[in-house]
Design a protein around this ligand. Structure first.
Ligand SMILES: CC(C)(COP(=O)(O)OP(=O)(O)OC[C@H]1O[C@@H](n2cnc3c(N)ncnc32)[C@H](O)[C@@H]1OP(=O)(O)O)[C@@H](O)C(=O)NCCC(=O)NCCS
Length: 182
């Protein structure tokens, strides 16, 4: 008898959304500590700063059937204090084992920019670690120049808003379906 090969692993889908629940915000903060303090060693112990007082956190939540799973990605956005039609994104992080498998980083960038666009943003900027500049270029961002931040090379980059139409329901966000593993 012949059997069809069974995929080794069927990754779940993900909901990419504003963090609306306390557990989502706490899990996003824990993921940021894991990535920016533990893995990259950019900050010592905690990466929180003054921007967190005003920023909106976004999360990617793994979906297992009908149940919510874990926060596996996060980023935050905030409106510039001086130029009120300018928004910034920062602290983009995806849990290590979910990188380059499900478009989570790209999905978080999409919601970050398009939700800000829906709130009146005319310019969206980020300081992008240089090793990630190509990822952002592929997503219709351009470099405005290089700079050092936290002792690391970065590109100051701007999103092309024409590729990020305003998104008006970021509290629900959208689904991103993971690919089947080979
Ligand atoms: C950078 C990061 C957020 C990307 O997240 P991710 O979920 O792996 O990215 P995605 O899977 O959405 O990537 C989308 C595409 O870009 C590619 N890509 C991912 N990272 C890339 C990089 N650094 N350079 C070039 N391409 C990249 C992916 O392979 C994928 O390509 P495909 O569509 O052809 O398959 C993740 O690697 C991360 O958390 N890194 C550690 C923290 C960090 O560096 N934060 C960013 C600070 S600027």
């Amino acid at each position: 008898m012949m059997f069809e090969p069974v995929p080794q692993f069927i990754a779940p889908g993900f909901q990419i959304k504003f963090a609306t629940d306390d557990w989502e915000r706490k899990a996003a903060a824990a993921l940021r500590r894991q990535v920016f303090c533990g893995e990259q060693r950019i900050f010592d112990g905690d990466d929180r700063d003054a921007v967190d007082e005003v920023a909106v956190p976004l999360v990617a939540v793994s979906l297992l059937g009908v149940a919510s799973g874990d926060v596996v990605g996060t980023v935050r956005i905030h409106r510039d204090e001086g130029e009120r039609d300018t928004w910034w994104g920062s602290r983009l992080a995806v849990e290590r084992s979910y990188r380059k498998v499900a478009g989570i980083g790209a999905g978080l960038i999409r919601l970050a920019v398009s939700s800000a666009h829906g709130r009146g943003c005319h310019r969206f900027l980020a300081h992008v670690q240089s090793q990630n500049a190509l990822l952002f270029q592929h997503l219709h961002w351009r470099s405005l120049g290089e700079c050092d931040l936290h002792g690391r090379p970065h590109h100051r980059m701007e999103a092309d808003l024409a590729h990020y139409p305003p998104f008006m329901t970021p509290e629900t966000g959208f689904m991103s379906l993971a690919r089947l593993a080979a």
